[in-house]
Structures are given as C-alpha cells and as structure tokens.
Ligand binder design. Structure first.
Ligand SMILES: NC(=O)c1ccc[n+]([C@@H]2O[C@H](COP(=O)([O-])OP(=O)(O)OC[C@H]3O[C@@H](n4cnc5c(N)ncnc54)[C@H](OP(=O)(O)O)[C@@H]3O)[C@@H](O)[C@H]2O)c1
Length: 280
C-alpha cells in the first residue's frame, strides 16, 4: 500500500498501542491523538525506537472535551493536506454516572460524541485522502436498544447499558458515514476486537471488576486484539460492498437488529449533531 497518513485515538494503551505499532512498522505517518501528552510523547519515543519510523506526531485531544477535539482537528487541518485512515479507537466504561466537560454522559461522550465531532471536523481532509474511518466498537453493542436513544444522558445510569449504547452508536455512525459520504470516496467500518486483556474496565468498581478479573485468563493479548483494526487500516483492497459493515476476526460479522435500524442511525446523527453544534 502506498504511503498513508493515519490518525488514531487511544493509542497510549491496549489495542490502540498495538495498532499504532503495527502501522508504524508499515510506514504509515502516524498522528497520535492523546489526552495525556506525557504518555503520548513516551509512546512516540518507543515507536520511533522500535520501528525507525520518524513520521510520528503527538496531538493533544481529550475526547470528553469538545473544545479540545475541535482544537486537535484544527491543528491537523493546519498541518495536513489529506488523511487516509482515521481510527476512532479510544473508549472505556465508567462505573458511575459522570458528565463530560460539555455536560454529556461520559461513556457516550468519550466513546461516540467526541469521535463524531473529530470525524466531521476532519471530513475535508478525509475526503481528500479517500479515507477509511474505523470505529472500534464491541459485541457489547448487542445489549443496546433503539429505545436507549430516548435518553442518551442515561439519567437512570447503568454502566453496561451506557457502554452498550455507546458501542451500538459506533456501528450506527460507521453505517451513516458509508451512506452519507460513500459517494465522496469515504469508507467506514466498525469492529469488535475480541475480549482483550487491556486497561479496559479498570474504572469499574465491585462486581464489574470481579467479572473482568475472572475473565482475564480467557482473554486474548492486545496484539491479537489489534488484528482487525490493522487489517482494515492496511488491506490494499476491501470490496466496496463492505462499506459500512461490522467486522470481527477480520471478517464481516453479524450485528444485533438494532444496529440495522436506519431510522435509529438517523436519529443518532441528529442527536449527535445537536450536541456538537457549537463546535462545528
Ligand atoms: N478490551 C476489550 O476486551 C475490548 C472489547 C471490545 C471493545 N473494546 C474497545 O476497544 C477500544 C480500546 O480499548 P482497550 O481495551 O485498548 O482499553 P484501554 O487499554 O483502557 O485503552 C483505552 C484508550 O483510550 C484512551 N482514552 C480514554 N478516554 C479518553 C478520552 N476522554 N480522550 C482521549 N483518549 C481517551 C486511553 O487514554 P489513557 O492512556 O490516557 O487512559 C487509552 O489510550 C475501546 O473503544 C473499547 O471500548 C475493548
């Protein structure tokens, strides 16, 4: 594949870190969007040392702060002519209800809304690069329901419920991008990485933490968990018929019925647009 410019979120840990390493080895120019720049600079140092690739850059971006997302996108627009790959990988689950800087329920904000603003803000560069947008979702989306869109703020909070809606939103968003921007050369995918031994779940208290701990012996490594992201970012040709699809183990996989619901994904688009309106 020719030289590619790739932007990735959440590369300071777990699946994102392994994805960044593999793409640095494949000579992608990498823009690491991180909320902790110290961690980002340390990662950059490691990647340069391990791969010899010097085209690695750190950009501050807290996905739970829309001003920070806008600033990061503006910085990229000032530097780059085009982006070929955007990997919306950062995410997590929160034990208790919290709000982002913008007053949005935090799990929905960091997993979906921040990435929604980032992607739309970068769209001129993505179009120039005929880009692939890759959303790291989860099989947890299968616990998500269309009705959850009636309260994206999760006033009656459930950690697993909020996470399910956020990951279902990653799939709806990929499908909407394919529909709305496919004619302009954009392709978009969502994926499940597997059940991966990472920092994921470290915010969970009580039962959640016990469940994560019990599951650890059966989990795959971050390197294994990164394989579908790496595949989608580096496969030379992916059939145009697969635009908007959900992947698992480097193949198209089944979603729940809610993920196929066109009016739900349009509703999510409207809700997300309203939430980011001050920053577009
Ligand atoms: N692990 C699994 O079994 C599993 C299964 C299905 C899906 N996933 C998905 O895989 C993706 C990667 O997760 P992981 O397992 O690799 O977890 P992880 O090791 O906890 O990594 C999460 C990454 O997201 C970043 N991040 C979190 N909140 C952020 C924010 N507000 N702004 C910017 N960056 C933020 C973290 O940054 P810091 O380093 O600063 O904390 C870290 O780099 C997530 O979307 C997750 O939902 C994971």
């Amino acid at each position: 594949m020719p030289f590619r410019t790739t932007v990735i979120t959440g590369a300071t840990s777990g699946i994102g870190k392994e994805t960044a390493l593999a793409l640095a080895q494949k000579d992608h120019a990498l823009y690491l969007l991180v909320r902790n720049t110290e961690k980002g600079e340390q990662l950059k140092k490691e990647l340069v040392q391990q791969t010899g690739n010097r085209s690695i850059f750190v950009v501050h971006c807290d996905l739970a702060d829309l001003q920070s997302v806008k600033d990061a996108a503006d910085q990229l627009k000032g530097k780059l002519f085009a982006i070929n790959t955007l990997i919306n990988n950062a995410g997590g689950i929160n034990a208790h209800r919290q709000e982002s800087k913008d007053g949005i329920e935090l799990t929905f904000a960091m997993n979906h809304v921040g990435h929604f603003l980032l992607t739309l803000s970068l769209m001129p560069l993505l179009e120039k690069g005929q880009a692939r947008v890759i959303n790291v979702s989860s099989e947890a989306h299968k616990m998500g329901k269309v009705l959850m869109l009636n309260d994206v703020q999760f006033k009656e909070y459930s950690a697993f419920g909020a996470y399910a809606l956020a990951k279902l939103s990653n799939i709806w968003f990929a499908k909407s991008l394919a529909e709305r921007f496919g004619p302009k050369g954009i392709t978009a995918y969502a994926l499940h990485p597997g059940v991966v031994k990472t920092g994921f779940g470290s915010e969970l208290g009580g039962l959640g933490k016990v469940l994560m701990w019990l599951g650890k012996p059966f989990m795959i490594t971050p390197q294994q968990g990164a394989q579908t992201s790496i595949y989608l970012a580096s496969q030379v040709k992916i059939s145009p018929k697969l635009n908007g699809q959900y992947f698992k183990k480097q193949q198209v996989a089944k979603t729940n019925l809610a993920a196929q619901n066109a009016s739900a994904r349009n509703k999510l688009w409207q809700i997300s647009e309203q939430l980011i309106a001050p920053y577009l």
